[in-house]
Design a protein around this ligand. Sequence first.
Ligand SMILES: [Zn+2]
Length: 349
Amino acid sequence: MWRAHRVTHDAPKQRDITVSSRQSKFPLPNDGLIAALDIGGTKIAGALVDQDGVLIHRARRTTPARESADVLLGAVYDVLGSLAASPLWERVGAVGIGSAGPIDLAHGTVSPVNIPAWRNFPLAESVARHPDVGHRQVTLAGDAVAMTAAEHRHGAARGHRNALCLVVSTGVGAGLVLNGSVHHGLTGNAGHLGHISVDFDGEACPCGARGCLESIASGTAITRHALALGWQAPLTADTVGVAASAQAGEAAAIDAFDRATRALAAGIAATAALIEIDIAVVGGGVAQAGEVFFEPLTRHLRHYAAMPFLKELRVVPAELGPDAGLVGAAVLASAGDSAVPVMLGHGSR
Ligand SMILES: [Zn+2]
């Protein structure tokens, strides 16, 4: 049965989607493990994750992002098969997926921007059909929401009842913690900070809007802006190179980080004003630049988060690094954390 974004494998003729609760109906034993998948445009990562968020056994494939939907699913099955080959597999109580979005929790489908062959692809159900998954529940979440769950449970947002967690890499993703719980939103896409406009007359964004945060603050945008300002890329033109040049005091590189972090500060401050948070956690490849990123971000945030009730707002680096997606997918699967307020029925595929 496909229950909200949890799927079990006892597929009856008629599949139902029903309202889920926030409490898992099948609590894991203390030594239980979660099989976690993190699916993105460049890699499909998998791991067996314990209750402390420790990755015990890993598997990984390059995403065949330009291939057909079936070839892509085959790569996911390869990763699942590698995990299932572990003697620890019998301790696995559930499967959690974090996927590049947009996603649709009500139907368990994904349409990742960087994976063109998957449009409304029934990922949760397909994973549930893997023979080794058996009757285990399958939970789906967006990758940034998964990262948020990881940082909230085990990382820099621990102990905060309200938080914003961002991933700044080739794109900009984010997720929200509200009143102590990760907030999925109606379809699982809440926290899409990359596509809020911070420049309403700005450049057209592929999403259809203008001046989206992602088009100014992503790693891709930082590199493009640095080059436009005359930055001479040492070898390959990427954010690591821009960060190195900024560290060395090169003006074009410093300006590129300044513009990106100003846009991010505006987006973070707007979010904070809207929902009242006291912490923004930033991870992803661009945040790895360290001080050349966090110093201007913190400075600009003081400027944009101007209201007195925002004076406690802090921005801090993420703690979990590139495994946050896997850890978060496991956290969400372990808690059975989802609430999709729909009740639908649809026939078997
Ligand atoms: Zn956009």
